[in-house]
Design a protein around this ligand. Structure first.
Ligand code: GTP
Ligand code: MG
Length: 205
């Protein structure tokens, strides 16, 4: 897929205020600092579309971007940052789960996992809740440039093996690096594929 156009639309805290749910939508979630905003910039080829920072907690709102006037990308605030008050965490949970559960045009969630780490409880718990709510998702392992391909592979396999203990079917997954532009074609081809499925289902292919 060619990215001809990528534009920021809105930032907000409520699903009711999100752009009209008329296009397929892909939301990016994962631990704070895992690289959600960077991956959005890499995919769209716009280095400053989503705001990034070396400090965790940069993204705080539900941010909508429109791509090719055809589908939405959504940058979400991350979870699992230790230095966050109980109140902020509760507020995050309320906002995120309301959005993920109620957003009718949400086609797929990308759960970003740090490819450098062994399976993290906070990621597995988040994924578990997506499963309980029946929200479709895929995995994107991030920052693959930070270590050897062999080490990345080992961590991917470790994560999938851990999921295999409780999940009957494993999700699709992608290895990515925003710095090395790795995984771009694969992720965009997947989005293209889902966009087509959505349109066929809606009867306006
Ligand atoms: P929050 O919005 O705070 O939840 O973080 P985020 O998940 O959006 O992460 P963000 O994209 O802001 O990136 C966090 C840090 O990781 C930044 O310093 C990025 O430059 C760095 N980073 C992100 N992706 C990659 C990657 O693929 N490779 C490398 N080496 N660094 C990356
Ligand atoms: Mg961010």
């Amino acid at each position: 897929m060619q990215i001809r156009d990528a534009r920021f639309l809105t930032s907000n805290t409520e699903v009711a205020k999100c752009p009209a749910p008329t296009l397929p939508e892909y939301a990016f979630i994962g631990r704070s600092n895992v690289g959600k905003s960077s991956l959005i910039n890499m995919l769209t080829g716009r280095s400053a579309l989503a705001k990034t920072s070396s400090l965790p907690g940069k993204t705080q709102l539900i941010n909508h971007f429109i791509i090719n006037d055809d589908w939405y990308l959504v940058d979400l605030p991350g979870y699992g940052y230790a230095r966050v008050s109980k109140e902020s965490r509760a507020k995050w949970g309320k906002m995120i789960w309301a959005y993920l559960s109620k957003r009718e045009n949400l086609s797929c969630v990308f759960v970003l996992i740090d490819s450098r780490l062994p399976p993290q409880a906070v990621d597995l718990e988040f994924i578990e809740e997506l499963g309980e709510r029946g929200i479709p998702f895929v995995l994107a392992f991030t920052k693959a440039d930070k270590q050897s391909a062999g080490k990345t592979q080992q961590n991917v396999e470790g994560f999938l093996a851990k999921m295999g203990e409780t999940w009957e079917e494993l999700p699709r997954w992608f290895v990515t690096s925003a710095s090395a532009r790795e995984g771009r074609d694969e992720v965009l081809a997947f989005i293209d594929e889902v966009n087509q499925q959505v349109r066929e289902t809606n009867g306006n292919a």
